[in-house]
Design a protein around this ligand. Structure first.
Ligand code: DP6
Length: 359
């Protein structure tokens, strides 16, 4: 794996104070990443829809200082200083310091806000870390001239991955693959790449309504969950299955085979949670209402021929996926039949998006 390509090899022309603001989205995996080795290398390839409305906006102010040996930064979340978020970001800076040596020349003030409530159970690590990565790449682009957009996106994804694996899939859109896979020529374990094939119109502008079943902190973090895949009795088969599914979905997306899409995506979601149920120690992140929603979706699909389906990430919330041309009926169904299973009837309507935007 060629990580050398991300080292800064040319001269760095340090500038004085500057700041950049980026808006980067969350993403929802169709084939799931669950299991990794060091440093943040996935055990299988994954693919996600980039989202649009669920995003983070981050500004980093860079103030030139005498070169230090410790990265210097302050962190504000929604206007308030957040000491408790600092260790994760400090660890991130440690992981990327060889690739971004200029971070020792600046004091960074990071200001971040999410479009979704912090306590919604929607993971903010993908959007949060990709936003920081884009701000760093904007700085690098000033310090080292003539970086191509392609390189900027690739390195931003590479850096974001070192913070949180799924963040590597939040730089671009509408579909991003992360992890080396024979069906995706340019794919890599080091960064996400755009799905390289033309997608059938049925999958364009796909809709994702996120049902907020449980807004509390998860009892088991993703990091712990990933680690439990070491020595997991089904790990080898699971990683093989995910890679097989990535091959299958590559064809499904191009050929518009929506029934197969539904089957594969729901199976991936349930398999992810099956891995949790069969870990040692075992754990359950679904809640009773998660199952109520899944059963209601199946019943509605049986009764109507709708192409609605669900997926889950590492929590109790349910992502309801459907084609744009079914929006009116499905939104009515959600409002009438599913919103009652959400905390305070709260859900978020999102669509597939195109990735990071400079503000
Ligand atoms: C279930 O990317 O949150 O959402 O790399 O430890 O930060 P870390 O894990 P994270 O794991 C995401 C897991 C998932 C599936 C997915 O997004 O592919």
């Amino acid at each position: 794996m060629n990580t050398d390509q991300f080292l800064v090899k040319s001269d760095i022309n340090l500038i004085e104070n500057t700041k950049f603001t980026w808006k980067t989205p969350s993403n929802i995996a169709l084939v799931k990443y669950w299991g990794k080795s060091n440093p943040q290398i996935p055990k299988n390839a994954s693919i996600s829809f980039t989202l649009n409305n669920c995003h983070t906006i981050t500004t980093i102010e860079f103030e030139k200082i005498e070169k230090t040996t410790e990265v210097t930064f302050d962190l504000f979340f929604e206007g308030k200083k957040k000491e408790e978020f600092k260790p994760k970001i400090a660890e991130f800076f440690k992981r990327i310091q060889d690739y971004c040596p200029y971070i020792f020349n600046y004091k960074m003030t990071i200001n971040s806000e999410n479009s979704f409530p912090h306590s919604s159970g929607i993971a903010s690590s993908a959007s949060g870390l990709s936003a920081i990565a884009m701000c760093l790449m904007s700085l690098e682009n000033e310090l080292v001239q003539d970086l191509s957009q392609d390189f900027i996106n690739k390195k931003a994804s590479f850096l974001a991955r070192l913070g949180s694996g799924s963040a590597s899939r939040s730089i671009e859109g509408p579909l991003v693959v992360w992890g080396e896979h024979p069906a995706i020529v340019e794919s890599s374990d080091l960064y996400g790449v755009q799905f390289p094939f033309k997608v059938d119109p049925i999958f364009q502008n796909y809709q994702d309504v996120i049902l907020l079943v449980d807004k509390g902190e998860k009892q088991v973090s993703s990091t712990v969950g990933h680690n439990l895949m070491h020595n997991h009795p089904y790990a080898t088969n699971r990683f093989q299955q995910a890679n097989d599914n990535l091959g299958k979905i590559t064809t499904i997306l191009q050929e518009g085979k929506i029934k197969e899409f539904i089957h594969l995506v729901e199976s991936e979601a349930l398999t992810l949670h099956a891995m949790m149920l069969t870990s040692s120690p075992y754990f359950i992140l679904m809640k009773p209402n998660t199952l109520e929603i899944i059963n209601s979706i199946w019943e509605y699909r049986n009764n109507t021929n709708s192409n609605i389906c669900f997926t889950l990430d590492a929590g109790a919330n349910v992502h309801v996926l459907f084609p744009e041309n079914e929006k009116d009926e499905v939104l009515q169904f959600i409002d009438k039949e599913l919103s009652k299973y959400c905390q305070k009837n709260h859900y978020i309507c999102d669509t597939v998006g195109l990735g990071a935007t400079k503000m």
